[in-house]
Design a protein around this ligand. Structure first.
Ligand code: MF3
Ligand code: CO
Ligand code: CO
Length: 261
């Protein structure tokens, strides 16, 4: 249950996996248009990932039935690909996690389908900026709670709700490991908040940051299928995710193109 620090070699292995996940995510993004089913995106992802000798981490993970998650509009996360067709005006988060040579890499983006209304576009843009602000807060020696604090500052400004039921996570040989990375401020005196504040970032820590931001209330519920998480109030939700290594100098985005962001 402790945080597993990664060696340079392991970080390079996570980067190789993460770069595959990013490439697949980009290809899927190019497929996004009205009429495409989420099942077709899933099948393309499965093909690309297995062709490269990797495994799609979500498949059969705790019983999840598909290779990627596709979360449309009010779906917060863990949407199951199927027959649903994307339609003009939707926003869809595609979350790709690969396991290559024993190491996981995890990233997601939210894509607009065709033309979307201004409110949806703004939510997507602000959510990506929330991820950037969270990443920029990563620095060795600081408590991990600075990440959520940075994200909350921007979300509050926009009147958006930050989902609390799902968080970022350590990653490496395991898809999900310690530490939990909260996307909101943890300044209360509860056990959970104290625990988050006590985690100090160190070089060699590798974790995801993956804020889920709702246009309305932050609350969520899970549908009958046991996976699909939706907003309680039916408002739109967006998410972006990267896998990050803490370095001596700050951070290294293992799922970004050329390390840039
Ligand atoms: N990729 C998701 C994450 O960011 C987890 C999906 S779990 C699954 O952590 F079982 F739904 F695949
Ligand atoms: Co993740
Ligand atoms: Co993910």
């Amino acid at each position: 249950m402790a945080i597993i620090l990664k060696s340079r070699r392991e970080i390079e292995a996570i980067r190789r996996s993460g770069q595959l996940a990013r490439e697949v995510l980009e290809r899927l993004g190019e497929m996004v248009r009205p009429g495409v089913t989420t099942g077709a995106l899933d099948e393309a992802a499965h093909r690309m990932i297995t062709q490269r000798g990797a495994y799609p981490s979500p498949l059969h993970y705790n019983g999840f039935p598909r290779s990627i998650c596709t979360s449309i509009n009010e779906v917060v996360c863990h949407g199951i690909p199927g027959d649903r067709e994307l339609k003009e005006g939707d926003i869809v988060n595609i979350d790709v996690t690969t396991c290559l040579a024993g190491y996981h890499g995890d990233c997601s983006r939210t894509f607009p389908v065709g033309r979307v209304v201004d409110d949806a576009r703004k939510l997507v843009e602000v959510t990506e900026e929330c991820l950037r602000r969270g990443i920029r807060a990563v620095r060795p020696g600081d408590s991990i709670h600075v990440i959520g604090a940075a994200i909350q500052e921007l979300a509050d400004e926009c009147g958006y709700g930050i989902v609390q039921e799902f968080c970022g996570h350590g990653i490496g040989r395991n898809f999900h490991e310690e530490p939990a990375v909260l996307h909101y401020r943890s300044d209360r005196s509860t056990a959970r908040h104290k625990r988050v504040r006590s985690v100090i970032m160190k070089p060699g820590m590798v974790f995801t940051i993956e804020p889920m931001i709702n246009a309305g209330h932050p609350g969520t519920r899970v549908l009958e299928d046991g996976w699909t998480a939706v907003t309680l109030d039916g408002s739109l939700s967006a998410q972006f995710e990267h896998t990050i290594a803490v370095t001596e100098a700050g951070f290294d985005i293992l799922t970004a193109l050329d390390g840039a962001y």
